[in-house]
Design a protein around this ligand. Sequence first.
Ligand SMILES: Nc1ncnc2c1ncn2[C@@H]1O[C@H](COP(=O)(O)OP(=O)(O)OP(=O)(O)O)[C@@H](O)[C@H]1O
Length: 593
Amino acid sequence: MLAQAATADVAPANPKRPGLSALARFWPFIEPAKWRFIGAVVFSLVSTLSGLVIPLVTQHIIDGPIAHRHFSALWWPTLLVFGLGALDALGVWLRRLIVARPSSQLEITLRAKLFAKLQSLSIGVHDGWDSGQLLSRAVQDMSTLRRFSAFAAPFLVINTITIAVGIVVMLFLSWPLGLVVVICSIPVLFICKNFQQKYRIVSRLAQDQTGDAATIVEESVQGIRILKAFGRSGHLGRRFIRQVATLRGTELKKVHNEATLWALISGIPAIAIGLILAIGTWSITADRMTAGTVVAAITMATFLQWPTISLGFLLAELNNAGTAADRYWEIIDAPVDIQNPATPRTLPVPVSGRLEFRGTTFTFPDGSAPVLRDVALSIEPGETVALVGVTGSGKTALTTLVPRLYDVTGGSIAIDGVDIRDLDLTELRSVVTVAFEEPILFSASVRENVSLGAPTATESEIRQALDLAQATDFVEGLPWGLDTRVGEQGMSLSGGQRQRLALARAVLGTPRIMVLDDPLSALDVNTEAKVQAGLKAVLRESTTLLVAHRPSTAALADRVALLDGGTIAAVGTHEELLASSARYRYVMGSVHV
Ligand SMILES: Nc1ncnc2c1ncn2[C@@H]1O[C@H](COP(=O)(O)OP(=O)(O)OP(=O)(O)O)[C@@H](O)[C@H]1O
């Protein structure tokens, strides 16, 4: 939501100048702190420009007190130099102090918007992104943007103004010497422009390759058990080395580009100083210039050397930030395909929970053929229907459509007669709860994991749900009971334990509609029987779509729907289908329960 609001008030990217226009789109985020950023630039300018006064003081000392041997007149220029030094230090201190807060705030804001956007995107969009790419955008790219806002952006402005002011002062000091600096600046401009074009491409490549390397690390950590068990750690290790070697090649290209730029723009100011020295010396001997003017011009040209050279580094940072900005907006601009309707309809109160598939057809976003075709099935309030079919027949696909993780591509799904696409997503997802075959737990306490969909659930409701899922005994055996941290950063649980917590999460608060994708697959026969007994009580209260692979799970249901070839081939009780459908007997392995 936040992210959508953000995209609404920013200008679209200019495809001809991707990096720069992408950076310009951050203005709405910077605007509230603009005075701090402007203040930082002003303080730095005061600090830097105070350095430009020193050559003028030097000129005054050489042509005044030194030339006329009036050493008593030295005290005020000396004091002025001390004062300028203090001003310089104060400017540096103030800049760092006032810019740190808004730039780190910018980083937080951008990360929060990125996170909100990632949450709002559908599973279909997520299927198309590598997790490492998202990780590197959320972490590395955001840090690049913070550094740019705090350092490179202000100094690009400061150094450009310093060079411009320095050239004007030089022209006033001595127009022929100033002209030398102007002429030498022209190639610097061309070199910088050329560098920008080349560096942008290689910078984008490096940032994408960093994302690919992060993906390999992430996959290898997630799948560490499989890799070890199959002895394939070395294989992934080699893939990682190949990826980082490719990245190294790209980084070397970046360094090569930077080195060429630095060499060229370091050489040009040195040529300018040489020319000033030669022309100045000749002018002194021809009595056309004072020694003080020539020394001041050389000091000034030397002073301008660093702002000029540092343009190379700052332009590289500008390109890195432009690339990071492009990558940021690519995510923020990704269309939110599963959205709240403009004027949502509400469900009748109380919700009875009639779930209807009306000619439901579905093709995965990256799929070529429909996985589900014209599915027609109606589940009455409080009824439990088991969904049965061979592996790959589309059972999971059908379950993901009910909470709108994906949207139907044909037909519709309705709850109490209302098309789920007309419902507010929050309302829909508070009416429908899900438990998938692969139970996902977060790095949080058992309590937080179980009450994920019902944060206001009471202690006794949580305990009731755990009882039902036959999870109470093992949860009480955990070191801190309900408060034990589980998930990636906590206690490791067995597959069956995780599945029972996921089931407790789904049944908590007895939701109107439950979608359970084979929730008992990892349980032993005895535990499964106990969970089934408990489930039967809840299933009477809720409308349930229950994916079943085993006859014992299918037998829990009031009716069974056989999914075959992407469509509902038969509906009846478990016993009826066993008697009437050869296909059902085949799917159930011809066993009697
Ligand atoms: N994200 C996806 N993108 C494209 N195709 C997919 C995607 N997920 C699954 N499929 C394909 O859709 C078909 C149905 O998959 P689904 O997971 O719904 O089957 P299932 O009946 O639940 O299988 P199982 O019983 O093995 O869990 C399969 O052919 C699968 O390869």
